[in-house]
Ligand binder design. Structure first.
Ligand code: SF4
Length: 189
C-alpha cells in the first residue's frame, strides 16, 4: 500500500469489493483501525461453549494473543467486512451453516488471490467459526495443519468483536427468521 497513491489504492479496493459481491457476498468497506478487538471475545473462547478451544488449529490458543491481533491490524489500512446469507436449508440448519461457513472461507481465500493480483500482497482473510475443512482437526493429534493454504482463523478466534465491527460498517447482524448469516473479514494492506 505504501507505494500506491491513496486514490489508486482505493480504486483497487473498490474492485475487490465488486469481486466479493460477484462471489455472493454482501460487502462493506471500513478502515482496519475501526475493527474492534475485545478481551471479552477471547474469554468467550476460553469458556469453550463451542468445544473447539485448543481442539482446532485455527482457534485459540493456537492463533496467538490479542496484542498480536492488535499489532496485526495496525499493519493494514483497509478492511472489507463480508457476509453470506442462506435462506433455504433442506439438509437442516447445522448442515447449512457448515456449508455457508465453508463457502465464505473459500471466497476469502479467492479474494486474497485477487487482492494479491491487485497489488495487495499481504491481504488476509478471517472467516467464521472454527475451521471446518477436516472432519477432525490435526490439533487433536498434535500434528500440523493439513490444509494451511485454505485454513484461516475466524474473526472471533482473533478476538475481534464481530457485532461491534459490523455496526461500525453499517452491516446488521440481527437475527432474521429463516435466514442464516456468516461474517468474515478481508484485511487489505
Ligand atoms: S485444515 Fe484441517 S487441520 Fe488445518 S486447521 Fe482446518 S480442520 Fe484443522
Amino acid at each position: 500500500m505504501k507505494e500506491l497513491d491513496l486514490r489508486e489504492a482505493l480504486g483497487r479496493v473498490l474492485e475487490l469489493e465488486e469481486a466479493a459481491r460477484a462471489m455472493g457476498c454482501e460487502a462493506r468497506l471500513l478502515l482496519a483501525r475501526d475493527v474492534r478487538v475485545d478481551e471479552r471475545v477471547r474469554m468467550q473462547c476460553r469458556v469453550n461453549l463451542c468445544g473447539h478451544y485448543a481442539r482446532n488449529l485455527m482457534c485459540p490458543p493456537y492463533v496467538g494473543g490479542l496484542e498480536e491481533t492488535r499489532a496485526l491490524l495496525e499493519k493494514y489500512t483497509f478492511a472489507l467486512l463480508l457476509q453470506m446469507h442462506r435462506q433455504e436449508f433442506p439438509q437442516g440448519v447445522e448442515a447449512a451453516f457448515h456449508a455457508l461457513a465453508l463457502a465464505l472461507g473459500d471466497a476469502l481465500v479467492r479474494l486474497e488471490k485477487t487482492a494479491f493480483a491487485l497489488g495487495f500482497p499481504m491481504a488476509l482473510g478471517l472467516g467464521a467459526g472454527e475451521c471446518k475443512l477436516c472432519a477432525d482437526c490435526a490439533a487433536e493429534t498434535r500434528e500440523d495443519c493439513r490444509r494451511p493454504e485454505a485454513a484461516r482463523p475466524s474473526m472471533e478466534a482473533m478476538g475481534i468483536h464481530v457485532l461491534d465491527t459490523c455496526a461500525r460498517a453499517g452491516l446488521s447482524l440481527e437475527f432474521v427468521p429463516g435466514r442464516l448469516t456468516v461474517t468474515g473479514l478481508l484485511l487489505i494492506d
